[in-house]
Write a protein that binds this ligand. Structure first.
Ligand code: AMP
Length: 299
C-alpha cells in the first residue's frame, strides 16, 4: 500500500468568531497528510520556501509522513488568509500569495511512482495533471478541487475529471459544475464527466456518497463548540484516502467506512485552529468519536 498526496503547503492567517491566528501551518497537503497518517504513511509532493518552520517539518516526521517529494526552494512559502462569518458557513478569502507556488513543478521521487492511491488535494488542476503524468501504476485516484479552479481553470479540471476514480466536492462547487441543486441529479451529471464515485460535502451537515445506484449519507457531528473550520474538507478527504489505502478495499461498504472516518477526523479538525485538532490523536480518541457517529446515526 502507498498513498501519494499532492497539494498546497501554506502558512495561513485565519479569523473566526473564536479568535485569530497568523502564519500557522495550513494548505491542503498539511491537513490531508496529517489526517491520512492515522491510517497510512502518506508520501507528499509539494513546495515550501526557506521560511517554512522546522517545527512543522518535525510534526510531519512525527506522523511518519514521507517528505522526499517536498521541495524547499528560495523564496517565501505560499500564504493564504481567510475570515469566517459568525455561523462558520461563509468564508471570505482575505489574500492569496502564491510565492514559491508560482514556479512549482511537481517531481515524483521514483518510489512514489508506484502509488496504489493518489490524492490530488486542492491545487491548480494543471499541476494535478502533471502528477498523474508521472505515475507508473494503475492507482485509485481521488480528486479534490475548489471554486477558484472551476472558474479559472475549467478546461484543465474537466479533462482531469476523466482521469480520476473519485471526486470530492462541496455543494456550491457541485452546483457550479452541473447547474443542479438536486444532489442526486448533480452526482449523475458529475459521473458522466468521469469519476464513478462522487462525494458531495455539505459542510457542518455531513456528506453524501454516490456510487452506481447507491447512496450513503453521513451526518455532521453535533459538537459543543467549533473554533476554526479551515481544512475540514481537506482533513475529511485525507482520512478517507488513508483509510482506503490501508484497507485496499473499494467495496461500497468499505468506502462507507472511509467516509465515516473522514468525518471523524474532520470533527477533530474544527475544534481548534490550524492543524492543532488533528495532531497527536490517540487510537482511543478516534474510536470514541466513531462510536458517537454510530450512536447518532442509528435508529
Ligand atoms: P478548506 O478549508 O478545506 O477549503 O482548506 C483551506 C486550506 O486551503 C488553507 O489551509 C489554505 O492554505 C488552502 N488554500 C486556500 N486557497 C488555496 C489555493 N488557491 N490553492 C491551494 N490551497 C489553497
Amino acid at each position: 500500500m502507498s498513498l501519494l498526496i499532492v497539494g498546497s503547503l501554506a502558512l495561513d492567517t485565519i479569523e473566526t468568531s473564536k479568535g485569530s491566528v497568523s502564519e500557522v501551518p495550513g494548505g491542503s497537503t498539511s491537513y490531508c497528510s496529517l489526517a491520512a497518517s492515522y491510517f497510512s504513511n502518506p508520501q507528499i509532493v509539494g513546495v515550501v520556501g526557506e521560511d517554512f518552520p522546522d517545527s512543522v517539518i518535525s510534526l510531519f516526521e512525527d506522523h511518519h509522513i514521507d517528505l522526499e517529494g517536498m521541495q524547499t526552494v528560495a523564496g517565501k512559502t505560499f500564504r493564504w488568509g481567510g475570515r469566517y462569518a459568525g455561523n462558520f458557513d461563509d468564508r471570505v478569502t482575505l489574500f492569496t500569495e502564491l510565492n514559491v507556488f508560482e514556479t512549482f513543478k511537481p517531481r515524483l521521487p521514483d518510489n512514489y511512482k508506484k502509488a496504489s492511491h493518489v490524492l490530488l488535494a486542492n491545487i491548480h488542476p494543471g499541476l494535478q495533471h502533471e502528477v498523474l503524468n508521472q505515475l507508473e501504476s494503475e492507482a485509485f485516484v481521488i480528486l479534490d478541487t475548489m471554486n477558484l479552479w472551476i472558474e479559472t481553470a475549467h478546461e484543465d479540471l474537466i479533462s482531469l475529471m476523466a482521469r480520476v476514480n473519485m471526486l470530492v466536492i462541496n455543494e456550491e462547487e457541485s452546483k457550479m459544475l452541473t447547474g443542479k441543486t438536486n444532489h442526486k441529479q448533480a452526482a449523475a451529471e458529475l459521473r458522466k464527466m468521469g469519476p464513478e464515485w462522487i462525494i458531495i460535502k455539505k459542510g457542518q451537515h455531513g456528506a453524501l456518497l454516490f456510487y452506481e445506484d447507491r447512496v450513503f449519507s453521513v451526518p455532521g457531528l453535533i459538537l459543543d463548540e467549533v473554533i476554526d473550520p479551515t481544512g475540514a474538507g481537506d482533513t475529511f478527504v485525507g482520512a478517507l484516502a488513508g483509510y482506503l489505502d490501508q484497507s485496499q478495499d473499494h467495496s461500497f461498504d468499505n468506502v462507507k467506512l472511509a467516509v465515516v472516518f473522514g468525518s471523524v477526523l474532520a470533527s477533530f479538525c474544527v475544534q481548534n485552529f490550524s492543524v492543532e485538532g488533528i495532531t497527536y490523536l490517540k487510537e482511543e480518541d478516534l474510536e470514541e468519536r466513531y462510536d458517537e457517529f454510530v450512536v447518532m446515526s442509528q435508529f
